[in-house]
Design a protein. Structure first.
Lengths: 307, 234
């Protein structure tokens, strides 16, 4: 065991893992987080707290983690390289570890021009790979990026990353995951999948490099409420591929919300049968309350309780 | 080269409004080539300022000329008298030229007529693109001759990020994704293996992050004797 998190235990036990995303509020009010925490407790093994997602200022991911931990949820904190240099990233990592955070997702981060602070100075001292590399050295050798060795116990961390099988160049995407595995990733959550054929092609390459044996792959899904949401993701979200048949299916559905859930559940059923996929990551953006229905319908309840 | 753009006329007018004798100084170097601060642009700016003054009933005296290189003291010294005779120097050079004059004549007001934008290259007539950030530690031999520090919006060393779409950058779909381009270039060269290794965190100390940079070349410095000789000539 590297950190002994619930997520790590589920993987180690060979179970199909579930993570879900919780978006922190754009205020200092902890109540929305607590509400989501009560609603989602027991519905997934761990919960991602996003880090100023799409570069919009929100309650910090580490503080959000502390808040949902009060309700007994296990957090995965997302840490982007957009806003913090290596001093701040390592400091926040130590701080997060000290309050009991074990799962950390290393991300480069959405560019600030997407958010509500477009005039910000970008940092990008690290990228997701060099962040993983540094955090891995920190946990294994207590070594900081500047060469200092922590005299006390190094932080116990379970390190994750994201990968997008649908961003160009496609042929490089499995190799990029290999880099992240070499840098220290224990698990990967993919970008939301809509094109199952493309995902299977990527998984073939991933297995071809035996990466499925070195990293736990969690397939990403986004439940959609409307055909408009599908179209938006296809046209406006860079690096996202939504096939037309998905948009058509949402468009012709008599109850698009139900159809969105059904689609998600079908995908999860398919993931369970893809060799090397060890879990699902549910990103119910601004629709967190739907997670229990999806997880239940996908036959993933109750979540395993492992000591 | 250094690529610059002229500031909007209104902003220039505001900077010089309270000063009477305005000397506009261009530069024949980079900013002339990028059509921002050469002879033609100096003349055009003076005409525009005069026209605006006539319309708005303002009286100012304008003089204008172009130096060979505004960032070198030797060239600036040649127009010493004109600078001393003016109330304000409106520099049509990059910020380096403007600061050279400002440092040489600390009592003079120097205002920038241009915004210094980037180290870039002319891609086609009327189009320039950024290709270097002057990080002080060039690595383009490992990236197919393409600088990811300048050409990737996130200066990634292990790109491309997940936003690369059809080979374009997520920040601006009119711009190519630098890492997509690097991948294509290295594929062409049969050197994709260069992308396999994890690139650890970059040492930014040779860049501006290490503090303001001053380069001293002992071998290029003048001896005391040479300095005396040079002064005598000037």
């Amino acid at each position: 065991m590297k950190a002994g998190s619930d997520l790590e235990k589920v993987f180690e036990a060979g179970k199909f893992a579930v993570t879900a995303e919780i978006g922190p509020p754009q205020s200092a009010n902890p109540e929305p987080l607590l509400q989501h925490a009560r609603m989602l407790k027991g519905m997934a093994d761990a919960f991602n707290l996003t880090d100023n997602q799409t570069a919009v200022v929100r309650l910090s991911s580490i503080a959000s983690a502390a808040i949902v931990m009060r309700e007994g949820l296990e957090p995965v904190i997302q840490m982007t390289c957009r806003d913090r240099n290596r001093i701040a990233l390592q400091s926040d990592l130590l701080g997060a570890s000290a309050i009991g955070v074990k799962n950390v997702l290393c991300l480069t981060g959405d560019h600030q021009t997407f958010g509500n602070e477009k005039a910000a100075k970008s940092v990008f001292d690290f990228d997701s790979v060099s962040e993983l590399y540094t955090f891995n050295k920190l946990r294994t050798e207590g070594l900081q990026s500047g060469g200092n060795v922590i005299e006390d116990e190094p932080p116990k961390l379970y390190l994750g990353c994201a990968e997008n099988p649908f961003a160009t160049p496609f042929e490089f995407r499995a190799m990029r995951l290999a880099k992240k595995v070499n840098a220290g990733a224990d698990f990967v959550q993919t970008q939301a999948i809509f094109d199952m054929d493309m995902f299977e092609t990527w998984m073939d390459e991933v297995r071809g490099r035996s990466l499925d044996k070195k990293v736990h792959i969690m397939a990403g899904v986004i439940p959609m409420k409307t055909a408009g949401a599908a179209r938006y993701m296809k046209n406006k979200v860079p690096g996202m591929i939504v096939p037309n048949h998905i948009i058509d299916r949402m468009k012709t559905a008599s109850d698009p919300k139900k159809e969105g859930i059904k689609l998600c559940v079908e995908q999860i059923e398919a993931f369970k049968n893809i060799k090397g996929v060890h879990g699902v990551h549910i990103m119910a953006v601004k629709w967190e309350e739907i997670v229990p229905s999806i997880v239940d319908a996908a036959g993933l309840l109750p979540r395993p309780s492992l000591k | 080269m250094i690529v610059a753009e002229r500031k909007p006329l209104g902003e220039i007018v505001e900077m010089i409004a309270q000063l009477h004798k305005v000397t506009v100084i261009g530069c024949r170097s980079c900013v002339a080539i990028c059509l921002a601060g050469g002879e033609k642009e100096v003349k055009m700016l003076i005409s525009a300022l005069k026209l605006k003054n006539r319309k708005e009933g303002r009286k100012q005296e304008f003089d204008g000329f172009v130096l060979e290189r505004q960032c070198e003291k030797e060239w600036v010294k040649e127009v010493d008298d004109k600078i001393l005779a003016s109330d304000v120097i409106l520099s049509m050079s990059c910020s380096l030229g403007a600061q050279t004059i400002a440092d040489m004549y600390p009592e003079k007001v120097v205002v920038p007529g241009l915004n210094t934008a980037m180290f870039g290259v002319p891609e086609e007539q009327g189009m320039w693109s950024e290709k270097c950030l002057g990080c002080g530690d060039c690595i383009i031999h490992t990236t197919g001759g393409i600088c990811p520090i300048a050409r990737c919006a996130k200066s990634m060393l292990n790109g491309p990020c997940g936003g690369s779409s059809d080979g374009h950058c997520e920040v601006n779909l009119d711009i190519e994704c630098a890492w997509y381009a690097i991948h294509e270039r290295l594929k062409l060269q049969g050197r994709l293996d260069l992308l396999e290794a994890v690139r650890p965190p970059k040492d930014w100390t040779p860049s501006h992050s290490g503090g303001r940079r001053i380069i001293v070349r002992e071998d290029a410095k003048l001896t005391q004797h040479q300095k005396r000789g040079k002064e005598a000539v000037i």
